[in-house]
Design a protein around this ligand. Structure first.
Ligand SMILES: [Zn+2]
Length: 426
């Protein structure tokens, strides 16, 4: 089935899950997790996301992701919606994604803090205050949002230019694809300072002025969202922030003519176990939707499967580890802001040489209670996928040879550690 029938924006459903598959071999195993979840009453739409950065490090194109997703859908006879996300794109690099993707994450983080012109800023501030007043009630929370004039003007100054930039990219895509043939996400997560709920409301007003039918919005939340490891921050404070953002979306939706299924997108970087419960509780309480984006940790499940397979597969994993230690700085560089690796916590090659497959898998598999779990090793391997790309066909042959043992890890990881924990039934 196709999601891109003319003049109708694709289905996304209340819950959607951004899944990465760096090497394009685990689509069927990922779908197996979603199929089992549906059997349990948890309905989630898969969205395969792959950023420009990932494509360029691996040497793939969006068409490869499309082919892998379509093949997985055919193999598993998945009859529900599925989408492909051009993740973190802007005017400069969106073109190569235009026809392969039907979900576009417009990353406007770089435009934040560059003020638009003064009259446009004060017009936006005026409009926000006219529509919402200076202390609108937050739906469902029994408290008011503080929107005093200085705060609204400061938010307009900081974010209007980002909304204008999103508008340019949105119209550029529309000119080539036609309107309403794709899902639009606007992301501001890759920036240093979190957006407050009040700022989010100003941003949504600016996006509606740009006539962008934004379906998902990814703010920068408080705390750290490092790749492949748990949340660093106060989960209860995150829960309050998330709940306020959900209320802001409801308020915006009721007043701004944005799509009525607009929802938050959490760019989790995968494995934010300690905030899954506050998220799920808010979703259950409010009926809100969620898009949860994960990083390409499926590649780590491939390494776990290969470790467990033993023999030449385990040897390959150990080789990757040796090379990752040598090239740590180079591999970490593109991800510097989203990893925290303590070099002293990285097991040396001589130690790892004595590990069997189960020991390696335990160091890598994200089970925080397991004393052998090592978050430093996990983060370094997470960013080391370039080494497997360099191994080329040798790596792909191992993936194919050990397909079943890898698939079990991929499916169980998504289902047990993520889907069941964060998405409510319904
Ligand atoms: Zn992101």
């Amino acid at each position: 089935m196709t999601n891109t029938s003319k003049n109708r924006a694709p289905e996304l459903g209340r819950f959607s899950f951004g899944i990465g598959d760096r090497f394009g071999h685990q689509g069927a195993a990922q779908l197996a997790a979603l199929i089992e979840a549906r059997r349990e009453g948890i309905n989630v739409t898969p969205v395969w996301n792959k950023s420009n950065r990932e494509h360029s490090l691996i040497g793939t194109r969006p068409e490869d992701t499309r082919a892998a997703a379509d093949a997985a859908v055919a193999e598993k006879e998945w009859i529900h919606a599925y989408l492909l996300d051009a993740d973190h794109v802007g005017l400069a690099n969106v073109d190569k994604f235009i026809h392969a993707c039907d979900f576009f994450t417009l990353d406007v983080a770089d435009a934040i803090g560059k003020p638009a012109d003064d009259s446009a800023i004060s017009n936006l501030a005026e409009r926000v205050l006219k529509i919402f007043g200076s202390a609108p009630e937050l739906p469902g929370l029994g408290r008011k949002l503080d929107l005093h004039r200085e705060l609204v003007e400061a938010a307009a100054r900081k974010y209007l230019n980002a909304a204008i930039e999103a508008g340019k990219t949105y119209r550029h895509i529309t000119e080539q694809r036609g309107a309403a043939t794709f899902v639009v996400e606007v992301s501001m997560d890759e920036t240093d300072s979190p957006q407050t709920p009040a700022e989010l409301l100003v941003i949504l007003t600016a996006l509606s002025d740009e006539k962008i039918p934004v379906r998902t919005i990814a703010p920068r939340f408080s705390g750290r969202f490092n790749k492949g490891v748990d949340y660093v921050g106060n989960p209860a404070a995150f829960g309050r922030e998330f709940e306020a953002d959900v209320a802001v979306l409801a308020l915006a939706c009721a007043n701004l003519g944005l799509p009525d299924d607009i929802k938050l997108s959490v760019h989790s970087g995968s494995d934010k176990f300690s905030i899954y419960e506050p998220i799920r509780k808010t979703l259950e309480k409010t009926g809100a939707g969620l898009h949860l984006k994960t990083a390409g940790t499926t590649w780590l499940e491939e390494l776990i499967g290969l470790s467990l397979a033993g023999g030449d597969a385990l040897e390959f994993v150990k080789e990757i580890w040796g090379a990752a230690l040598v090239r740590r700085e180079e591999l970490s560089k593109p991800y510097a802001t989203v990893i925290d690796i303590d070099p002293a916590g990285l097991p040396p090659v001589e130690e790892v040489a004595g590990w069997d497959g189960g020991r390696f898998a335990a160091a890598l598999r994200h089970i925080p209670e397991n004393p052998n779990f090592n978050p430093n090793l996990r983060q370094l391997l997470h960013v080391a996928f370039k080494l497997a790309a360099e191994a080329g066909q040798r790596y792909i042959t191992l993936l194919e040879k050990h397909r079943d043992i890898i698939a079990r890890e991929v499916t169980a990881n998504l289902l047990e550690r993520h889907i069941r924990k964060v998405f409510p039934r319904g």
